[in-house]
Design a protein around this ligand. Structure first.
Ligand code: PLP
Length: 369
């Protein structure tokens, strides 16, 4: 087919769909090369295998007739286990097909026509995409230079006068790896006119989290992911913690069977293995410290991270050519550019061997004039 046919077909499809969808750029996930040997430091996956308990749970389930039946719509076994771990009742927990599914449910539940979503920038780009799909405005408030959020984040309406119906912060934030301390998050929640979602996809790597705020307020909702700290990005599992009255509203919006039987069994096994989580976290944090120091030694400005990645900028060398030269050596990092803000490199904490290979290659690239 010729390109002109393709573009005519694209125009026809664009005229058929909702105008909001036709206008949407669509979220672009980090590169996932299939096959070949890559050092992947671009999408914040855990470089280690998950808890061995996961394989046992999945294998046991495959042997029976479980997959012939629909899964438990509310993942009762997982919620009981997670409730035990976090010291809440199971009806405080909602499971999702990755925390992205939970973010979709949250935006659909809280933000309707004429309302707005508010998020900080630079942060997780998906928030804006979710608002776009919903056909609602996403107001992006720049972080202060120290990665805190000022009173501008809490005004009741957008600059255009639309009511803000939901706010989302990633905490720790991506790409910065910075954490807004729980007491500062509580202050934001108290001033906001709406519910606040604290996306703790990286919460297990941080010094503090906002789960206690949920106990004290029905306006704070925490989301967690199994993709980073549990080494299960391929599984697609996450959960939200909120007061039961809020969970009941969210349950109306989710797909009936949003989590499959295999992922529920695997996640239940994984969350039960607290020793695996502790050991893995300690390993990642030690490598993170080493990576942070080594990047500084190479002349980068490095942000102290509370997550499993590090954000850095170079005072003189442009970032895109560094990203491209690394890619030519089969090493993927994330080059991030935010309009009106600037760019930089986000580097996932890999294994020690991966980070050594990355640093050696990076040193070679910087040594070339
Ligand atoms: C990785 C990430 C997610 C997505 O997590 P999944 O559970 O894989 O859907 C959500 N929020 C942030 C900030 C992330 O970096």
């Amino acid at each position: 087919m010729t390109p002109s046919h393709n573009s005519a077909a694209a125009d026809r499809a664009a005229a058929l769909v909702r105008p909001e969808i036709a206008a949407l750029a669509g979220y672009v996930p980090g590169e996932q090369p299939q096959g070949g040997e890559w050092i992947k430091l671009n999408t914040n996956e855990n470089p280690y295998a998950p808890s061995p308990e996961v394989a046992g749970a999945v294998t046991a389930l495959l042997a029976g007739r479980t997959l012939a039946k629909y899964p438990d719509p509310v993942a009762t076994r997982f919620r009981e286990k997670a409730a035990e771990v976090f010291g809440v009742d199971p009806d405080w927990i909602l499971c999702g097909n990755g925390s992205d599914d939970l973010l979709t449910i949250l935006v659909r539940t809280f933000v309707g026509m004429g309302g707005a979503l508010r998020v900080p920038t630079p942060s997780y780009i998906l928030y804006r995409t979710l608002a776009g799909i919903q056909g609602v405005f996403c107001e992006e408030i720049p972080y202060e230079r120290d990665w805190s959020l000022g009173s501008e984040f809490c005004t009741p309406t957008t600059a255009a006068g639309d009511p803000v119906r939901l706010a989302i912060i990633a905490n720790p934030n991506s790409p910065s790896g910075t954490l807004i301390p729980p007491d500062a998050v509580a202050a934001l929640a108290a001033r906001l006119p709406c519910a606040l979602v604290v996306d703790e996809a990286y919460g297990d790597f941080a010094d503090a989290n906002c789960l206690d705020l949920v106990r004290g307020s029905d306006r704070v909702i925490v989301t967690r992911s199994f993709s980073k700290s549990y080494a299960l990005a391929g599984l697609r599992f996450g959960f939200a913690v909120a007061q039961p009255s809020v969970i009941r509203q969210l349950e109306k919006v989710k797909d009936s069977y949003n989590c499959d039987a295999l992922s529920i069994a695997a996640a239940t096994a994984a969350i039960g293995d607290r020793d695996w989580l502790r050991t893995n976290r300690a390993t990642i944090l030690a490598t993170r410290a080493r990576l942070t120091q080594a990047l500084a030694d190479l002349g980068f400005r490095v942000q102290e991270s509370q997550a499993n990645f590090v954000w850095c900028t170079h005072p003189t060398r442009p970032h895109r050519p560094i990203y491209e030269a690394l890619k030519a050596n089969r090493i993927l990092v994330r080059f991030m550019h935010y309009a009106g803000w600037g760019d930089g490199l986000r580097i996932t904490v890999g294994t020690d061997a991966e980070i050594d290979a990355f640093l050696t290659t990076l040193g070679g690239i910087l040594a070339q004039a």
